[in-house]
Design a protein around this ligand. Structure first.
Ligand SMILES: Cc1ncc(COP(=O)(O)O)c(C=O)c1O
Length: 380
């Protein structure tokens, strides 16, 4: 799987070979200085004890303000906020709180691997709705509706979308909410990439739309917005009391509160200046332009121009073959690996995507430029 790709690259690097990390989705940026200072300050003040298992009160208050003001999600109060160990844990808690064995959740195909895994961990069954290139890899509401059965519990939304970089429009989200209202379904929305969005597009939180206020559960992350990936801060917001009640139990029994120091860092990130979010966004957009331009010129690839995230989703051309005459996604990933180039095969994100490959541009801009040079050489 994906881990084997990373392990091969790390092994090559340890043997002194140059590697190009276009498989990894970890932001290249350092955390903002005021976040670092807040973390040091919390440490010096001895804020190293147990916290409330749902998160420290000032952080939940800051999150509540943020989701109401910025995301326009009408969350009742800070008691409807749960601080989690990253969005990953937020997804785990959400699906565990929401699902009983046999419940179905409609998810996109392709989608970030851990979504289906978390649905299954909760005893649920992921039901895949294929995202089509002719729809710019956004749900077709009619397709979503056609997959609903008596066991369907929720529709899962991911915008901006990993791995395709698609961004769902307000209109499509409204249609999904209409379906959810009509069929009495929950909406689970992963907005980890809310700030990594390009071309002047505005992120729309599905929970802000009329009809969604009492049926949506939204998961956010500090990993991409504030480059805090290793500090593990995410949060869930929902007005559904049952989910909050169960979520509290799950938090207590899984982590009993996120690392106290990291919570003070997140508090500073949410309350502090926001200019660096825009700076990072601009730099990512510059990298997006670089990688799109390069891949778009290669005969072997047909890229989809990402509207958000730091991934580019490319279709492998009909006539590309490796030296043994194979055309699959894994064949291309393994071929690139020989030159030290990381990538992720499309089928890792769902069965409909074995003719696709994903490259990440979260690495720093110089590293990206070098990687693109090699990519051009080996795929031309
Ligand atoms: C779609 C999506 N959701 C959630 C996450 C998890 O983020 P976190 O670091 O907050 O667990 C990722 C990380 O890659 C992601 O791609």
């Amino acid at each position: 799987g994906i881990v084997a790709i990373r392990d091969s690259l790390l092994k090559m690097r340890s043997e002194g070979k140059k590697v190009y990390r276009l498989e990894s989705g970890d932001p290249s940026f350092d955390i903002p200085p005021h976040v670092r200072d807040a973390i040091i300050d919390a440490l010096m003040k001895g804020y190293t004890h147990y916290t409330e298992s749902t998160g420290i009160m000032p952080l939940r208050q800051a999150i509540h303000r943020k989701v109401v003001e910025e995301n326009k999600i009408p969350i009742k109060d800070h008691d409807h906020v749960l601080v989690t160990n990253g969005a990953m844990h937020g997804l785990y808690v959400t699906f565990r709180a929401l699902l009983v064995p046999g419940d179905e959740v409609i998810i996109p195909d392709p989608v970030w691997t851990e979504i289906a895994d978390n649905v299954r961990l909760a005893g649920g069954a992921p039901v895949r709705c294929v995202l089509k290139p002719e729809n710019d890899f956004v749900y077709d509401p009619a397709d979503v509706e056609s997959l609903i059965t008596s066991r369907t519990k929720a529709i899962f939304i991911l915008t901006p979308h990993n791995p395709t970089g698609a961004v769902f429009s307000k209109k499509i989200l409204e249609e999904i909410v209409d379906i959810a209202v009509k069929r009495n379904l929950y909406i689970v929305s992963d907005e980890a990439y809310e700030h990594i969005i390009y071309d002047g597009l505005k992120h729309v939180s599905v929970g802000s739309l009329p009809g969604a206020e009492d049926r949506s559960i939204t998961i956010f992350s500090a990993s991409k917005s504030f480059a805090m990936s290793g500090l593990r801060i995410g949060y869930i917001v929902t007005n559904i009391d049952k989910i909050i009640e169960r979520g509290k139990k799950l938090l207590r029994c899984t982590i009993n509160g996120v690392n106290s120091i990291a919570q003070y860092g997140a508090l500073a990130a949410l309350n502090g200046p926001k200019d660096y979010i825009e700076e990072m966004r601009r730099e990512y957009q510059h990298r997006r332009d670089m990688i799109y331009e390069t891949t778009n010129k290669l005969r072997s690839l047909k890229p989809f121009k990402p509207r958000g995230t730091f991934y580019i989703w490319c279709r492998i051309s009909e006539d590309w073959r490796d030296s043994e005459g194979r055309r699959s996604d894994w064949a291309m990933t393994n071929y690139l690996l020989r030159f030290g180039l990381g990538s992720t095969p499309g089928s890792e994100f769902g069965p409909a995507s074995s003719e696709y490959i994903r490259f990440s541009f979260s690495c720093d801009t110089n590293h990206l430029a070098e990687s693109l040079k090699v990519l051009r050489e080996v795929l031309e």
